[in-house]
Design a protein around this ligand. Structure first.
Ligand code: NAP
Length: 267
């Protein structure tokens, strides 16, 4: 069994930007990435939450991260370009971009769907990721290999009533992933989407307030999938709409039965 050590860190030398890094899945994945050798850029809208993740990474002995506060809802093209310029000066290239931030706001039938809420959700969940990706493409191109990963949802592959702008934004994310995977098929950048399935987070609690959260998997249980998708193991995998049951994770599951070099929490 191969134990973790800084020398065999899976993601050593990789700089990875994570949106929505302050809570839920983004928080757990950011910690796991840093513990596996990546320099993580923690992007989110609540500075205090990003600072708490920063402290958690430092306390656990992960690679020192960076913080970039940004609200995808209000950010303009200029904000994204300014961010990319700063990242270029500081890091030179990006080996990974994880689009994880999203909001649900509410469940409502389309008849009654509030227009302001519709625009807010589409801005955070779809237009923001488009603008951020566009601004970061030169940085991703500068990497030896790079992983562009969109967080999707099964509702963005088969919708259900009342999921409104959230479901529609995730269909858009799947479309953006497919368009970009084709456009970048002969490049150093692989492009995929991953649908996490029911996970114990704030977003899930908004959708299912009566559910017992203890029956859901924790965000930490998802981290091996993200480590593989953002790491060198996924080289050659592109244009795929994935979830935990996807064939590409078969060897990941069997290798974890034997033990692996991953660290998925602070222990
Ligand atoms: N949990 C599930 O069961 C589930 C299932 C399928 C898909 N997903 C997907 O998984 C991803 C992560 O969701 P989660 O469950 O971890 O949700 P979460 O706990 O609510 O975390 C979402 C994160 O995104 C941030 N965020 C939201 N809007 C933002 C904006 N406009 N600008 C910057 N940051 C913003 C939030 O910031 P604040 O902390 O400041 O609010 C939060 O840190 C999402 O893409 C979601 O669609 C989740």
């Amino acid at each position: 069994m191969q134990e973790y050590s800084p020398e065999n860190a899976l993601l050593a030398g990789r700089t990875i930007l994570v949106t929505g890094a302050g809570d839920g899945i983004g928080r757990a994945v950011s910690l796991a990435l840093a513990l596996n050798g990546a320099t993580v850029i923690l992007l989110g809208r609540t500075l205090s939450k990003l600072e708490a993740v920063y402290d958690q990474i430092e306390a656990a002995g992960g690679v020192q991260p960076a913080i970039y506060p940004l609200n995808l809802e209000g950010a303009t093209e200029h904000d994204y370009l300014e961010m990319a310029e700063k990242l270029e000066v500081e890091f030179g290239s990006l080996e990974g971009l994880l689009h994880n931030a999203a909001q649900l706001q509410l469940l409502s039938r389309i008849d009654d769907y509030d227009m302001q809420t519709w625009f807010q959700v589409m801005q955070s969940n779809l237009h923001g990721p488009f603008l951020l990706t566009q601004a970061c493409l030169p940085l991703l191109r500068r990497a030896e290999d790079a992983s562009l990963l969109f967080t999707s949802d099964h509702l963005g592959r088969k919708a259900k009533a009342y999921w409104g702008a959230y479901a529609v934004s995730k269909f858009g994310i799947e479309g953006l992933m497919q368009v970009m995977a084709e456009e970048l098929s002969n490049s150093n950048i692989r492009v995929n989407s991953f649908a996490p399935g029911p996970t114990r987070t704030k977003l899930r609690a908004i959708a299912y307030p009566g559910e017992d959260p203890g029956k859901l998997k924790s965000p930490e249980q998802l981290t091996p999938y993200y480590l593989w998708l953002l790491g060198p193991g996924s080289l050659g995998t592109t244009g795929m709409a994935l979830d935990e049951t996807s064939d590409v994770f078969g060897h990941l599951r069997s290798s974890r039965e034997d033990g692996s070099a991953f660290r998925t929490d602070a222990d």
